[in-house]
Structure formats: C-alpha cells, structure tokens
Ligand binder design. Structure first.
Ligand SMILES: Cc1ncc(COP(=O)(O)O)c(C=O)c1O
Length: 388
C-alpha cells in the first residue's frame, strides 16, 4: 500500500457549518437574483447526468433541446436557431462573445488590433471577464436618466474596430432594459453583431403584458446571441444558464473535436462535463407550471416590488427609476444618519440581505419573498425612522 498523505486531522461538522448560510426560505434574502429552487428532489435524482457526454446521456440531450425550444419560443428564436444549457449567465455571456469573435475572425490571432465591444456601463461583470479572456476591448457607455445605455454616446463610439454591441434586458443593478430596437438598428447599419444579456429578464419580460415594447426578440435581425438563465427566475438550482444562437454558424465557430468520447463529433461549449440536472428540472417545472404558472409568479414578484416602492416613496425615500422588473433601488433623502449604508447594515444585522449598487440600496424581490415579508420589512423601516 502506498503511504498515506497526511492532509488534516480536523473533522468538519458539515451540517453545523452550513447553518451559517442564509436561507432563501426566510423570504428575507433580497440581495440575490437566485431563488429558492423548486423540484429539489427531481434535481437530486438526476445529478449524475452529463450533457457533455450525449452518447451516454442521449435522453438528457433530448431534454436540453426541449428546453432550448421553450426558451427560444419565448423570444422568437428562428427555426435556424440553436442553443445550450450551461453553468449560468457568466458562462453564457463568455461563450456568446467567443462565438461572435471566432465567427467574424476565424484567424483572430493574426489581427493587429483588439476588436471592440460596446456595452452600457451597467453591463454585468461577466462581459468584462469575457473581453479579458478573449482579447477584446470593452468600451463602456454612460447611462441616460432611465439607467439605460446612452444611445447617442454609443453611436459616437463606433469605429472600424467595433465587433459587437451588448445590450442588457434586466440589468443587475436595477433591472433596466436597454433600448434593444435602437441598438439593433445601429448594428444593422454598421454590420455589427448584437448580444443581449437577458440572464435575468429572459424569464420575466416574455410574461409581461407590455412585453412587445421591450423587443426582446430575435425578430431584431442583428441579434446574434442571447443569454437567458434558468437558475434565476426559472427556479432551478444553481448551475443553469441558457445561451441561444441565431443559427449554427455561431456554435460552429467554437467547436472542438473530442477524440476520447464516442458519438460526439464536436463539442460547442466551454466546459466538457456539464450538468444535465438543471435542464431536466426546468423541463419538469415547465411541464408542471406552463407559461401561465411562470407568468403568475413573475407578476406576483413585480406586484410585491411595486408595493415596496409605493410604501417607501410614501415615507420619503427617493426612487430614481420606477422598477420595470422585480428590482427596486432607493436613495435616502434624509439629512440624517438614515443613509442607505446605515439602513443596509441594520437590515443585514436583522437577517435581511440587501446590497448597495451605484449608491442605491437595492432589493431584488424573488418568488420566495411574499407580501407578508414586505409588510415586515416596511415595519422595520418605520421603526428605524422613529428612532431618528
Ligand atoms: C444581467 C446578468 N448577466 C449575467 C449574470 C451572471 O450570471 P451567473 O451568476 O449565473 O453567472 C448576472 C448575475 O447576476 C446578471 O444579473
């Protein structure tokens, strides 16, 4: 027997340590775009399934295609379209820009300049990561008064090095939706690719009564790729992001042949092994709840967000942007210690997790946060205001 390697004698009491974690079930987690996952048992039953090995898991592969069909229908993906379920929004954004870059520049390494990506300042950090990894130059554009990309500034930034625009449908900070149609028109005019990051909004906007006005749709002809996460409003456990491609020329630009796996001619994802459980759980949930069930949950979250907005507005807080989705940002008008930083700290001490983004105190109202939780939160605000 080879001699053992001493690691540590310490024995961790794992359940005890995990008690330190916050639980979504309290309804008090307002800092996260993830939610209490549904279909836990179903997910657990399917944890071994590997989408990276479709010869072994052809059933799982078929279910992934079903999920892509559902996501695609929500945003009018044309029949030429395709997609994958990968680890999350970050991987989807990186993969999207990777495919856009390689499709335009099959010999990228021979270029003597870094192609440019134009995106709003509100873009998720995964776009920064993508550009860093891919040798692209990210140009960030200021936001207008609605916290959307300033389209005039964006236009002025276009040059012959511009490769693509990124628009966000549901920003991380405030849930704003960029003017997708206007960005699309610019991209068509200058022959640029267009990626939409709808990691959050992709499973919200299609359920809104006024969805048409946001143009979250592949009817926008310049639109090449779109990210839609299923582990945010899709309600599956962490590890589920969706990437949609307008046509197969995008994934073909990043395909690699795996000599060691049978039956898989070429792989079109960043990772080899990838979980099948998220895709399977989403398919399960969709068949259970259908469009109407998801819609109900989305509309309830938005109603709760608007209720919180109304109550805080009544109490004198500033709401610089009316929420479009289930994210609210507030500022404190008070010339007193009741600053957003102070409130944020008090809330955390009482088990309410919020975040501060761009000087806003930000609340993300996910499905496990019910009306009654908001009522208690408002009562807490009232007691804080009384103390002042
Ligand atoms: C708009 C947007 N895009 C991408 C991401 C990254 O998603 P993930 O955490 O699944 O990698 C997030 C995460 O909050 C997001 O808000």
């Amino acid at each position: 027997m080879p001699k053992q390697i001493a690691t540590t004698d310490k024995h961790l009491n794992l359940p005890k340590i995990l008690e330190k974690d916050f639980s979504y079930q309290t309804g008090k987690v307002l800092s996260s775009m993830n939610s209490e996952p549904l279909a836990r048992e179903f997910f657990a039953k399917n944890i071994h399934r590997n989408l990276g090995d479709p010869a072994l898991f052809s059933g799982t592969k078929e279910i992934e295609s079903y999920v892509i069909t559902i996501l695609g229908k929500l945003v009018n993906l044309p029949p030429t379209g395709t997609g994958v379920i990968i680890s999350g929004g970050s991987e989807a954004n990186i993969t999207a820009l990777w495919s856009i870059r390689n499709r335009r520049f099959p010999n990228f390494l021979e270029l003597n300049y870094a192609p440019e990506i134009i995106a709003p300042r509100s873009v998720h950090i995964s776009i920064d990561k993508a550009c860093d990894l891919l040798g692209l130059k990210l140009i960030k554009i200021n936001l207008n008064s609605e916290y959307k990309i300033d389209i005039h500034e964006a236009k002025k930034t276009i040059s012959d090095k511009t490769l693509a625009f990124v628009g966000v449908a549901g920003t991380t900070a405030l849930g704003s939706i960029d003017p997708l149609k206007e960005i699309n028109d610019i991209c068509l005019k200058y022959n640029l690719d267009f990626h939409v990051d709808a990691a959050f909004g992709g499973l919200i906007i299609p359920f809104l009564g006024d969805r048409q006005k946001y143009n979250l749709s592949f009817d926008l002809k310049a639109l090449s790729t779109m990210t839609i996460d299923i582990h945010k409003m899709g309600r599956v456990a962490p590890g589920g992001g969706g990437l949609l491609w307008r046509d197969t020329s995008f994934p073909s630009a990043i395909e690699f042949k795996l000599p060691y796996l049978p039956g898989i001619p070429k792989q079109k994802t960043l990772t080899g092994t990838r979980s099948g459980a998220s895709a399977i759980s989403f398919a399960f949930l969709w068949q259970k709840f259908h469009f109407e069930g998801y819609q109900k949950s989305v509309l309830q979250c938005i109603e709760n967000t608007l209720f919180l907005e109304k109550e805080l507005r009544k109490r004198g807080f500033l709401i610089p942007v009316k929420p479009t989705l289930n994210i609210l940002g507030i500022k404190s008008p008070f010339d007193s210690p009741l600053t957003v930083n102070y409130i944020h700290d008090v809330l955390w001490k009482q088990g309410w997790t919020t975040s501060i983004v761009d000087d806003f105190l930000r609340f993300v109202i996910m499905p496990q946060t019910k009306h009654r939780h908001i009522v208690s939160l408002i009562a807490l605000f009232d007691s804080l205001m009384k103390e002042q």
